[in-house]
Design a protein around this ligand. Structure first.
Ligand code: FES
Length: 511
C-alpha cells in the first residue's frame, strides 16, 4: 500500500506498492526543468519533456501519487465538468472547439504512452452517459448536446444507460476512457527514469529564487534549474491563482455487487453536486466506483456524514455486497471554468504552473504535459492562449489579501499548555480532533488511538486562516485556499509549504 493525503484508503492506494526511484540525484547538475509534484501532471509532463531532450528533475514532497492522483476516480473525459455551453458562454465557440480538441489530443497522448511503454493499467476506451431526471435537467441537457456537438465531440441521445437509475433523457458521448491512475503514473515514471530523468521523493520545495537560473530550496537540499513547473495541484506561495481557484472535497466508494452486473461506461446525473459512476477491474476483481457529495474544503462540519449519504445513495440503486473502500479527495474549481496552465501570474520568467482542473484532472494533466512541452520547446500552439493563467486580471485588494489575517498569529514557541485541563475541556474521544479556545487562544487538538493528546496551532501557515477538523480524513483543512494538514500538523496539501506550529503540552499530575 502507498501513502495518501488522508486517513481513508482509496482503491488505487491499497493496490499499489511504493515506487522506488532508480536514478541518482545530483545537486550539482543544472537541470533544464525542475518539476514540483509527482502526481499525474508532474510525471506526464516530465516524461514529455525528457523525451524531447530536456534534462528533468521531479521533486515530490511526499511519495508518487500521494495527492489527488491517488484519490481520483479516474474518469478520462472530453465531456467535461464545465459544459461546452458554459465554455461558449464564458469565452466563445472557438474556445469550446479548442478545449474539445485539446482534450482529445490528451486522451491520444495517454493511449500512445500506454502502447509505447507497455503500461498495464486497465485502460479502456468507453462512452459517457449524462442523464436527466427532471424537466429542467432535460432542457439543460438539450443545450449541452448542441454545444457538445458544435465543439466537435460526438454525442447523441441514447435509450440505454448502463446504471439502473430512473431517468427521462440520456446523452451518450463517445471517445471517453478509464484506467488505474497509479499504475499509469508508475509506468510513466519508469519510462521517464529510463530516458534519464531523476525523481526525488520526500523533497518539498520551501523556496524558489529566480535569477539567470532558478535556485530551488527543499528539505532535502538545494537544486538548480533553468525552468520550474509547479505541478502541485495548486502552486505554493501567494498568487492570484489562489483567488481564482476554489478548493473542493469529493467523496467516493468502491463497492462489490451481489450480481455481476458492473456497468460499463462512465455515468453522471445532473444534480449539483452530481453523482458519478463507473466500474474498474483491479487484480482480477470488479468494483463499482461511485462518487459525489462535493463541498468546499473546510466548509462542512461533519465530513463523515457525506459517506453515509453516499452509501445510502449507492444502496438505493445497486444490490451491494460489500463496501470495499471509501475515501475523499480534493480538486480546485477554476473561477471561469477552464484550467490555468502556463506561466505563473506575477512571474515573468520561467516559472510555470497547472491548476484549476475541476473534476477533470485525468485529462487536463495530459493537456498540461502537451502544453508545457510546447512552451519549453518554443512551439506555437492555439491552446496556449486558451489555458493561459495570465488571462485573469489583477484583482483590486490583492495587497490586502496578502496581509489577510496577519494580525491573528500567536506563537507558541517556548510555551507549554497543561494536558489535563485541555483534555477535560476538549472531551475528545480517541481518533477525534477539534479546535478549542483556551485562555483566549485557539488550539487545535487531536487524541490519537492510544489516547495521547496532541496540540498544534490552528493557524494555517499559508495566509493565516483557521483550519477546520475533517473527521472523515482526520486532517485539518483550510477553508481559504485548501491547504491541508495531518493531525500532527504536517502538510498534506499545498499551497502551504510548512506545517502547523506544534504546541507542547505537559501533564501537571505525576503518573
Ligand atoms: Fe491559504 Fe490556508 S490555504 S490561508
Amino acid at each position: 500500500m502507498i501513502n495518501r493525503d488522508g486517513a481513508c484508503v482509496s482503491l488505487w492506494q491499497d493496490s499499489a506498492q511504493p515506487y522506488t526511484p532508480a536514478n541518482k540525484l545530483n545537486s550539482k547538475t543544472i537541470y533544464d526543468v525542475i518539476i514540483a509534484g509527482g502526481g499525474i501532471t508532474g510525471i506526464s509532463t516530465a516524461l514529455s519533456l525528457q523525451k524531447a531532450g530536456k534534462n528533468c528533475l521531479v521533486l515530490e514532497a511526499n511519495t508518487l501519487c500521494f495527492g489527488t492522483t491517488g484519490g481520483t476516480t479516474a474518469h478520462i473525459n472530453t465531456l467535461l465538468d464545465t459544459s461546452y455551453t458554459t465554455i461558449s458562454k464564458n469565452f466563445n465557440k472557438e474556445t469550446a472547439k479548442l478545449v474539445a480538441q485539446s482534450t482529445k489530443e490528451a486522451i491520444a497522448l495517454i493511449r500512445n504512452n500506454i502502447k509505447e511503454y507497455g503500461i498495464e493499467c486497465g485502460f479502456e476506451e468507453t462512452d459517457a452517459y449524462l442523464f436527466a431526471q427532471t424537466e429542467e435537467q432535460e432542457k439543460e441537457l438539450d443545450k449541452i448536446k448542441d454545444a457538445t456537438i458544435e465543439a466537435g465531440v460526438t454525442a447523441e441521445y441514447s435509450a440505454y444507460i448502463p446504471v439502473p437509475i430512473n431517468h427521462t433523457k440520456c446523452l451518450k458521448v463517445t471517445g471517453q476512457a478509464k484506467f488505474i491512475p497509479t499504475q499509469y503514473v508508475y509506468g510513466l515514471a519508469s519510462a521517464f527514469e529510463k530516458a534519464g530523468g531523476v525523481i526525488a521523493e520526500n523533497s518539498r520545495i520551501t523556496n524558489a529564487e529566480e535569477n539567470d537560473t532558478i535556485k530551488v530550496e527543499t528539505n532535502a537540499g538545494e537544486f538548480t534549474g533553468k525552468a520550474l513547473i509547479y505541478a502541485t495541484h495548486i502552486p505554493p506561495t501567494v498568487n492570484l491563482l489562489h483567488l481564482r481557484c476554489s478548493p473542493y472535497r469529493s467523496y467516493a466508494m468502491a463497492v462489490t455487487l451481489k450480481a455481476n452486473n458492473y456497468p460499463e461506461g462512465l455515468c453522471y446525473d445532473m444534480f449539483d453536486p452530481y453523482h458519478y459512476y463507473r466500474s474498474q477491474k483491479i487484480n482480477g476483481k470488479n468494483y463499482l466506483i461511485v462518487g459525489g457529495y462535493d463541498h468546499k474544503t473546510g466548509h462542512d462540519e461533519n465530513t463523515e456524514n457525506n459517506f453515509r449519504k453516499l452509501e445510502a445513495h449507492i444502496r438505493k440503486h445497486f444490490d451491494v455486497d460489500t463496501i470495499a473502500y471509501r475515501w475523499s479527495s480534493q480538486y480546485f474549481e477554476p473561477a471561469d471554468g477552464l484550467p490555468y496552465i502556463g506561466q505563473m501570474p506575477g512571474h515573468p520568467g520561467k516559472i510555470y504552473t497547472a491548476t484549476g482542473y475541476g473534476g477533470n484532472g485525468m485529462v487536463y494533466s495530459s493537456v498540461a504535459a502537451l502544453l508545457f512541452k510546447g512552451i519549453l520547446l518554443n512551439e506555437e500552439s492555439p491552446y496556449l492562449r486558451v489555458y493561459d493563467p495570465n488571462r485573469i486580471k489583477p484583482v483590486a485588494g490583492f495587497v490586502n489579501f496578502i496581509k489577510h489575517n496577519a494580525d491573528v498569529v500567536k506563537h507558541f514557541v517556548g510555551k507549554w499548555l497543561p494536558h489535563d485541563e485541555l483534555d477535560e475541556t476538549s472531551a475528545l474521544a480517541a481518533g477525534e480532533g477539534k479546535v478549542i479556545k483556551y485562555n483566549n487562544q485557539k488550539i487545535a487538538l487531536f487524541k490519537d488511538e492510544n489516547n495521547e493528546l496532541k496540540a498544534v496551532s490552528p493557524i494555517c501557515t499559508h495566509l493565516k486562516c483557521e483550519v477546520k477538523w475533517n473527521n472523515a480524513e482526520r486532517s485539518r483543512d483550510c477553508p481559504c485556499h485548501g491547504a491541508r494538514y495531518a493531525a500532527s500538523g504536517d502538510v498534506l496539501t499545498g499551497p502551504a509549504n510548512s506545517g502547523l506550529e506544534p504546541i507542547e503540552i505537559k501533564s501537571l499530575i505525576e503518573k
